[in-house]
Design a protein around this ligand. Sequence first.
Ligand SMILES: Cc1ncc(C[n+]2csc(CCOP(=O)(O)OP(=O)(O)O)c2C)c(N)n1
Ligand SMILES: [Mg+2]
Length: 411
Amino acid sequence: MSVHSDRSGHDAPGQGASPPVAEAPAPDLAATQPRAERSPDDGAGLVQLLNPEGERVPDARFGDLVADVDTDALAGLYRDMALVRRVDREATTLQRQGELGLWAPLLGQEAAQVGAGRALAVRDMAFPSYREHGVAWCRGIDPTALLGLFRGTDNGSWDPLATRFHLYTIVIGNQCLNAVGYAMGQRFEGRVGGGPASADEATMCFFGDGATSQGDVHEAFVWAAVYDAPVVFYCQNNQWAISAPTAQQTRVPLYRRAHGYGFPGIRVDGNDVLACLAVSRWALDECRSGNGPVLIEAFTYRMDAHTTSDDPTRYRLTGELEVWKLRDPLERVRVHLVRSHGLGQEYFDGVEAEADALAARLRAACLDLPTPGPERIFSDVYVEPSPPLEAEREAFLAYLGSSDSLEKAGE
Ligand SMILES: Cc1ncc(C[n+]2csc(CCOP(=O)(O)OP(=O)(O)O)c2C)c(N)n1
Ligand SMILES: [Mg+2]
């Protein structure tokens, strides 16, 4: 597969190690002034490279950015999406069977996530919300590592620095502030603007349409803009924030919000993995070369419920879902691979078999997750020991052991 490296030779997700961080030079505050040459509007319509019928759409600006995506690479993107979809379906089933407390389905958003995830270089940093199972996959995180949070047995099990993938964030929009702070650090430490052969970095921040109404996201946009932070704001507009439609969040297309802050915004067909890959590559390169931030609005649709606790039939019409099924992100790639690349059924059968094995492994891993003791909620809260927290822990454990505790009372 050759999707793993981008045009400027950045290293690939899942391969290689991040370079050591250079000694931090003093921040160049003069360079944080807004630059007049920035184009306020890079969103002249929806970028699409593969339409729902599986036909390539010529695009003078972005087409070349995926010129390296040959049959193998495109088949690899299909495989990514198919396996991620299967993980998502299996996890939803596990929740229905009582093995997970909750699951946040990504059904329909596979292309938006795999396109962005495969554009990231290893050394780039990513900040997810709680639905980014496809991006996690691209960062090399085993899907079994996602389960503990939703089973309530851990608070997130991967190392954010080693994987360059922050832990899931459920507080809406909060990760945007974290991401901007991280990206400002990348800039202050001289890890942007070194040229194509350099080890420049960028940050990508994932959030939803509803999150754009949060103060945190507004503040993140302001800070990113005035500090030219190398951050790609990747908004998956899946049309709904639980039961609130996008029309209740904004009077303008979301990508245009960027104009008011003074950085480019662009809207991409979020069900088109090639377009998402191309636009993300462009935006990440902008950031690495010192031209960040950038806002991408990936226009997509959440085909399942908000979470397994939600019932979308209460607030949306089935007809809407039927329209989006025709824009399925996997199907258009499958059709294109068959018609234009001559890929045979055996390839798809192989992916299906791989998905079956992955689902079985996921299920077994879920049932095998150790149940932690009650003291677990106090661990990994702070890096340094915290006397007040330790006192709370002792008091809580003493309470659990006492006859006042509800558990004891029930005995
Ligand atoms: C600060 C905060 N307010 C409210 C919630 C409850 N909440 C959870 S998800 C959600 C909707 C988010 O919608 P969107 O940003 O569009 O993301 P999506 O779930 O569609 O991916 C809300 C309001 C929360 N988690 N955090
Ligand atoms: Mg949404």
